[in-house]
Write a protein that binds this ligand. Sequence first.
Ligand code: MG
Length: 378
Amino acid sequence: MKINRKDFLKQSAASSLLLTSPISFFEKTIPKVDSSKRMRFSFKPYTLELKYVFTVSTLSRTTTPVMLTEIEYDGIVGYGEASMPPYLGESHESATKFLSKVDLSKYENPFELETILSDIDSIEKGNPAAKASVDIALHDLIGKLLNQPWYNIYGVNVKNTPFTVFTIGIDKPEVVRKKMLESTDFKIIKIKLGKDNDKEMIDTVCSMTDKPITADPNQGWTDRNYAIDMINYLKEKGALYVEQPLSKDRFDDLAWLKENSPIPILADEGVQRLSDIPKAKNIYSGINIKLMKSTGMREAYKMILLAKSLGMKVMLGCMTETSCAISAASQLSPLVDWADLDGATLIKNDLFEGAKIINGKVTPSNLPGIGIKKLQKS
Ligand code: MG
């Protein structure tokens, strides 16, 4: 029998379909959503013990309350965390109250990040860290269901992760010198400023290293002329940028500083969420995004894209956190200019193993999800 070209093509297409049926192919690769299965959400309070008393311009502390969350679905568990330094207003009590209202059992499809997290956001205003603890656990779960780390889902190369800073809190020179001895794994030193010993802090750090520095007065400077003098001094000493020099409400003075500063001025306290970015554009050169401010990875990702599209610099920061939230942030870090993700190195009682400092960079593991393993002791 003679087959014309058209029939031949039809037949071969049919036989190749039989060999690799698209249906069986997809059955293998796309996890099925079984509507009889539901997510189970749980949370418990935990307290991080800090290695050192941590002093910034506004206060000192030795512990940080956190909330640990889990979302279980089909035998797989996603982990999340809320870190709640007291000055930000969240606590074990407020997070318990908020998270008690989270009902994930009503969703059939755990992949509906946008739907689920928009619903969580609308439960109540505020509570950004509590919201982040759900967001991070859901991202971890989804990554594990897809068997991919989020850096692959975001489509970024972990080699592009910037160096992370090592933070030195405000202290006496002898304590600063002692802390500096722990900074050997890091390539950039961040100095907390904003009390009455700014130059002493800078000089002490610079007497021990030639590494680039950054500074964070946490809104502690009150006079813009003093601020610009200090910024020029920092620039001479090799500073890359300065975070939140003045109170976040001093719009005119911040705009003036941005115009006159030889190095970028980043908003930290001045920018919390996505909607804060457009108005920050005129008064800052960049923003410091933290998962605990942004309500988690989903909005942080949107913030990175928006800030970059507006020509702003982007830094990814953290609170004192376990390797859970730090590893979540590390998945996004290849997208940003600067990173400050040393939070897990500052605590004594981490519960997870995940992102590690490799050659000065907080580098995600190759595990799926946010890339963590729960340690046995927990
Ligand atoms: Mg800061």
